[in-house]
Design a binder for this molecule. Structure first.
Ligand SMILES: [Zn+2]
Length: 331
């Protein structure tokens, strides 16, 4: 007998509230795709994305705490699907944290910095061409002597919507660098980054460039350097690997968003290099990879299952009868 007070996913697991929020956004974005015949299949795939979530109880080894963990779900992988953007970002973050101990062991002096590279806003119809030019510029910058000391990097592309309906594409780059690049002989001044990026872009204006260090911190008592670095980089990675376009920008102007979809078709939005090449395993993206998300090292699967289905009227995940029980029990 189910407890009548427990109906929604959030009743069972308040921490899973983001599911309701992301799936709601997904309904809104999918609704825009329904307006354009060429994207009807995206709308259909997004409708089914994360429609049924099967969770299991999991006991954490260190605290003995029991909580729900996602075990099975299907994802649509439409590029701009808010559910998929979120799950993919969690999956990449988890992979990055998993690789960190080895990275820190291999590069104990590694420091971290952000480099944001922008161009002037372009018409949304020119976005594809602009992204091609930016990618070529980044290839040129990678081989410049100022960039040479960089030990590893992760670069994501974000496109925001200008208030006038233009597009603002930019790169977020998280770089692991030797200490000398932050305060020593390899230090690159801000104006020099601007000059470099301008040259590489082959434009006649000074593009906006933001460069900042991720502030280093001494390990706390009993904390290993790997641990301290993992904490430090956690926020930086989460910021770099979020979404390529904010759901709010997608729904603000449906025509802009449909054109964004055309202009970004089959383009890569994440690139990695140096010691960070392959840490995200960009090619590896099964349903199960996206289920695991942020809890790779979590407790054992005890085999229990609770199913929740998306109800688009209250916009909540609600508990469904346990289907497996019915399947194995013919009565
Ligand atoms: Zn999806």
């Amino acid at each position: 007998m189910q407890n009548p007070k427990l109906q929604n996913l959030t009743d069972y697991s308040p921490d899973d509230k983001p599911w309701d929020a992301h799936k709601s956004q997904s309904d809104d974005v999918g609704g825009i795709y329904l307006r354009a015949a060429e994207f009807e299949s995206y709308a259909a795939r997004m409708r089914d994305c994360g429609g049924l979530l099967r969770f299991g109880w999991s006991t954490l080894k260190d605290t003995g705490e029991t909580r729900l963990r996602l075990r099975e779900a299907h994802f649509c992988r439409v590029r701009h699907c808010p559910v998929c953007q979120w799950r993919r970002s969690l999956m990449w973050q988890a992979r990055f944290y998993q690789s960190l101990p080895k990275i820190v062991a291999d590069y104990p002096d590694g420091r971290w910095m952000f480099l944001t590279l922008t161009v002037r806003n372009c018409a949304i119809e020119d976005l594809g061409e602009t992204l091609t030019a930016m990618n070529a510029a980044f290839q040129r910058m990678k081989v410049r002597k100022e960039f040479k000391p960089v030990q590893g990097w992760i670069r994501t592309t974000e496109v925001t919507r200008g208030r006038d309906g233009s597009a603002h594409p930019h790169f977020h780059t998280l770089m692991m660098v030797p200490p000398g690049m932050l305060n020593g002989h390899d230090y690159v001044k801000h104006y020099r980054w601007v000059e470099l990026w301008r040259d590489c872009l082959r434009v006649d204006y000074d593009p906006n460039v933001d460069v900042r260090a991720v502030k280093p911190r001494k390990p706390k008592d009993g904390q290993t350097l790997a641990c301290a670095t993992a904490e430090l980089v956690r926020g930086a990675v989460a910021e770099t690997l979020k979404y390529s376009t904010k759901p709010a920008d997608m729904v603000a102007d449906p025509d802009w968003f449909l054109e964004l979809t055309r202009q970004t078709h089959k383009r890569r939005f994440v690139a990695t290099g140096g010691a960070l090449k392959d840490v995200l395993k960009l090619e590896q993206e099964t349903d199960q990879d996206m289920v695991i998300g942020d809890d790779i090292s979590d407790g054992e699967d005890d085999g229990s299952r609770l199913a929740f289905g998306w109800d688009s009227t209250p916009r909540k995940y609600v508990r469904l009868p346990e289907r497996d029980k019915f399947k194995s029990d013919p009565d």
